[in-house]
Design a protein around this ligand. Structure first.
Ligand SMILES: [Zn+2]
Length: 496
């Protein structure tokens, strides 16, 4: 009898291990797709393109607050930048219709010959983030100089995101010069305030929506090729197919207050601290097994070690372990769930006074599998049993539901996959979730195929420059960008 039990146990164990191994070996392989061939890039004048990017950096189109630029005087850098574009790209301005939207955003339309084709829309933004004065001396070259050193063009906007505008303009100018005439209409939308609100892109998309325009494909910033991501053997061509939502909730905690010489149990601050600890302990649910997260890991699987594949291919057994591990790694945690970040606290204004009311501001980045309603329900459940604490305000300032998830089984994605592969050194195309917000979020109102990808090949170190010190773009990457945009336009223009 005992022998039979042991025998049965061993058989079961062997079977489970066999299933786990089979799953491991087949994990990710179904995602291998044949890469489509891209047309040759257009030829352009490289020294002139570089000079124009250098000059574009010098227009200090800095946005700090929602509503920037707030006055006509503050808007001068934008207006000068527009004049600069007009002067430097005469063919673009002769052949494309240019419209101003929300005062300073630019909407260009290059009418295609075949009206039955829905347009291709490329997005980028004109504004840049400020530079913290305290970090000025850390820059190898001044942040608004456009100086070139060691093969890099320095300055705000070289990565985020003026270089995209210049790259697109170079491409279109060169295409016109080469006598190319589009079959498919090309729309360019260059927002003026992406870093603070995106009202320009919102208005541009609104205008297109009124006109009944629904692009076949929208491409904006958000991801790129990453060639040295820890834990992966090959460069990854990250293509953003969705972005997280954004929501802020204020919690208030109220109690009697009083003098600090006679502190009661559970004063307002203690109650509030309990609520924050509860939110830290009980996070929003993991979406490890959702299609979007699972597609990501299956796409990168061939570049992972056997052990990692073994664990990820078998979340039916290892799910608890994986969730616990990912919960400890900020970047992984942000990929699998809505994140909870307490950011601002208020309490008493005097050291010896207990507050009658203290507040905490908590910022949530909503996973595409959740909604703002789920977040509120979660917070209400978690803080429900804590005395004196309640939700005081929600959705102050910026608020966005997560974007829809764009498909990966269509021609637009296949083209981006090929472009990502070519941009990196044989990079593996990966559908990924953008953790921050971009103007592309608005485009989901008018198109199902919204992607976030710039054809550049970054190392992890390169990313530090975005919103940071020494923002710079290598000349090699700038060329990849111009070539990539032209290949995308040409590929979308030719029949499948
Ligand atoms: Zn940006």
């Amino acid at each position: 009898m005992l022998f039979k039990v042991i025998y049965g146990f061993i058989i079961t164990l062997v079977l489970i291990v066999a299933i786990m191994l089979i799953r491991t070996f087949s994990y990710g392989t179904s995602e291998e797709m044949a890469l489509v061939e891209l047309p040759a890039p257009v030829s352009y004048n490289e020294p002139e393109a570089i000079r124009r990017l250098q000059e574009s950096v010098r227009f200090q189109t800095i946005t700090i607050n929602r509503g920037d630029p707030a006055t006509l005087e503050a808007a001068q850098p934008w207006l000068e930048f527009h004049t600069f574009l007009e002067t430097e790209y005469p063919l673009v301005h002769q052949n494309l219709q240019r419209e101003y939207v929300a005062d300073y955003s630019l909407l260009y339309t290059w009418q295609g010959r075949d009206e039955s084709l829905d347009p291709l829309m490329l997005m980028a933004h004109q504004d840049v983030v400020p530079v913290d004065d305290a970090t000025l001396s850390d820059w190898d070259r001044p942040p608004f100089s456009g100086d070139i050193a060691d093969g890099y063009i320095y300055g705000r906007g070289t990565q985020d995101d003026k270089a995209s505008i210049i790259g697109i303009m170079e491409t279109v100018e060169a295409l016109i010069k080469s006598n190319f005439q589009p079959n498919r209409t090309l729309i360019l939308l260059f927002g003026h305030d992406e870093e603070v609100a995106g009202t320009g892109a919102e208005a541009g998309v609104g205008l297109l929506s009124e006109r009944g325009i629904s692009p076949e494909m929208v491409v904006d910033e958000g991801f790129f090729v990453l060639n040295d991501m820890a834990g992966f053997d090959a460069p990854l061509g990250l293509i953003g197919i969705a972005e997280k939502g954004y929501m802020t909730i204020d919690l208030a905690s109220e109690s009697a207050g009083g003098h600090s010489s006679l502190p009661p149990k559970n004063s307002a601050n203690i109650q509030l601290a309990k609520a924050l600890l509860a939110l830290e302990k009980t996070q929003m649910p993991s979406h490890l097994n959702s299609k979007q997260v699972s597609d990501f890991f299956q796409a990168v699987a061939p570049e992972m070690s056997f052990m990692k594949r073994f664990v990820l291919a078998n979340t039916w057994i290892t799910g608890g372990l994986v969730n616990a591990q990912f919960g400890e790694i900020a970047s992984m945690n942000a990929m699998i769930r809505t994140t909870t970040a307490p950011t601002m606290l208020t309490g008493s204004v005097k050291e010896n006074v207990l507050p009658q009311k203290s507040t905490a501001t908590v910022n949530f980045r909503i996973h595409p599998e959740d909604s703002s309603g789920d977040v509120i329900e979660h917070v209400e459940n978690v803080i429900g049993g804590i005395e004196g604490v309640s939700i005081q305000a929600r959705n102050k300032g910026i608020f966005r539901e997560p974007s829809p998830i764009s498909p990966t089984d269509n021609r637009p994605f296949a083209l981006l996959a090929a472009l990502a592969n070519k941009t990196g050194d044989n990079a593996r195309p990966v559908p990924a979730l953008v953790l921050a917000g971009t103007d592309a979020a608005y485009a989901s109102q008018i198109s199902n195929n919204v992607y976030r990808f710039t054809p550049v090949d970054y190392s992890v170190h390169d990313i530090d420059g975005i919103h940071g010190t020494n923002e710079r773009l290598s000349i090699k990457n700038f060329n990849l960008m111009i070539e990539g945009f032209s290949q995308l336009i040409l590929a979308m223009d030719s029949p499948e």
